[in-house]
Design a protein around this ligand. Structure first.
Ligand SMILES: *Cc1c(COP(=O)(O)O)cnc(C)c1O
Length: 383
């Protein structure tokens, strides 16, 4: 069976872990954590980066930083991973779910303004499949109503948004705060791992404290103060330097990994004849303002029945494909508290979207095998 995902070792991971262990300091903020911070701050001009143990933790830090009060509202798409919502639910916020775009699973930016109320505090966007949301629209609403914008950039490493002035902005650099994931299913991995990006200066000082269990230990280690203590709420959000060592080896191979993933993605697009629409399925749509970071190749079918049949056909032919989110407003946890309207496209992607295998070591023959399996399913069912 060709798996859906397989974690890739780029070469130096174990060497760097050894180096980290032999350095004598394997807790957080060691030599490799600093290298990772520098890499992101330089490569993508992120104002300030803090490595976390997961993207979930980075989102939880963001929710603490914007100082949510019970009853504050946070707007986000329903078609997303639970952590996008959970981080804010944990702080007592009320989640206001928006629908997805008709042409893409990302949030329907045009709907956001109609969901703003006097209680709205933040907008959380998710760059689904690493494809940018239309950030000019999002930032414009946020600026007019004084809202914070948090980018859930879990899937969006090394991806860009081209704004209305033609400027190419790295995803994660646009909102006040952003969160990335290095979970083993993402492009660049460390098993579990995440990154909080702070683009708004006002949050930097407090973010360091929250990440260090509510203490000013970071300032103490820099020699800025002579003792440290409990100054705020917080938790243990920083990973061991061993995790950072693994991650740094991956980052050194970022270009290479991205190029490979994009190549496989292009092969899918060609093999599935995405250019000439046969009407059997829709291929991923990359809007002009976005770009493709090769995170995910998916198809959208016309019904749950077709998706199930294609998934079974692929399985019979030895390929593991998987569907994705279930609309959060219909989840067991949330459905009874949901008071909004129908979210038609979110439900459509819930039922009809299927993700195909995509990982560094996937071979070109295997991609062709997946494409042939899908094509033959439709050749048979159309005759
Ligand atoms: C993977 C993912 C997360 C969670 O990342 P972790 O690092 O596993 O906590 C959150 N949001 C989105 C959109 C994701 O794809």
């Amino acid at each position: 069976m060709v798996p859906f995902n397989k974690p890739f070792l780029s070469g130096k991971e174990l060497d760097y872990i050894k180096e980290s262990v032999l350095s004598g300091k394997i807790s957080g903020d060691g030599i490799f954590t600093k290298k990772v911070h520098n890499f992101f701050e330089q490569q993508y001009s992120f104002r300030k980066c803090l490595l976390t143990t997961s993207c979930t933790d980075a989102l939880e830090m963001a929710a603490i930083l914007i100082d949510l009060k019970e009853g504050d509202e946070v707007i986000m798409p329903s078609y997303t991973f639970v952590s996008t919502a959970n981080a804010f639910v944990l702080r007592g916020a009320t989640i206001v779910f928006a629908d997805s775009r008709p042409d893409h699973p990302g949030i329907d930016e045009a709907q956001i303004e109609s969901l703003v109320t006097p209680k709205t505090k933040a907008i959380v966007v998710v760059h689904y499949a690493g494809v940018a949301c239309d950030m000019d629209v999002v930032m414009d609403v946020a600026n007019r109503y004084g809202l914070f914008v948090i980018e859930d950039a879990a899937q969006a490493i090394d991806s860009y948004y081209t704004n209305k002035n033609g400027v190419r902005q790295p995803l994660g650099s646009i909102g006040h705060l952003s969160a990335f994931s290095f979970h083993e299913t993402k492009n660049i991995i460390s098993g579990e791992g995440g990154l909080l990006v702070i683009n708004d200066e006002r949050f930097i000082h407090r973010a360091e404290i929250i990440r260090e269990k509510g203490t000013n230990r970071s300032a103490f280690f820099r020699g800025e103060i002579d003792k440290y203590g409990w100054v705020d709420i917080g938790s243990s959000f920083l990973p061991s330097d061993i995790v950072a060592a693994f991650l740094y080896a991956q980052l050194e191979n970022l270009e290479h990994i991205q190029a490979r993933r994009r190549k496989l993605w292009d092969l899918y697009q060609a093999g599935l004849k995405c250019g000439d629409s046969s009407g059997n399925y829709k291929c991923p749509n990359i809007p002009d303002f976005a770009c493709n970071n090769g995170h995910m190749f998916y198809l959208v079918f016309d019904s749950l029945a077709t998706r199930t049949a294609v998934l079974q056909k692929l399985r019979a032919d030895g390929f593991h494909s998987v569907f994705h989110y279930i609309s959060l407003h219909k989840s067991e946890f949330f459905k009874d508290q949901y008071t909004g309207g129908e979210l038609k496209y979110s439900d459509h992607y819930t039922d009809c979207l299927l993700r195909l295998p995509l990982f560094y070591e996937l071979t070109e023959e295997q991609v062709q095998g997946v494409c042939a399996s899908i094509t033959s399913y439709f050749d048979k069912s159309n005759n």
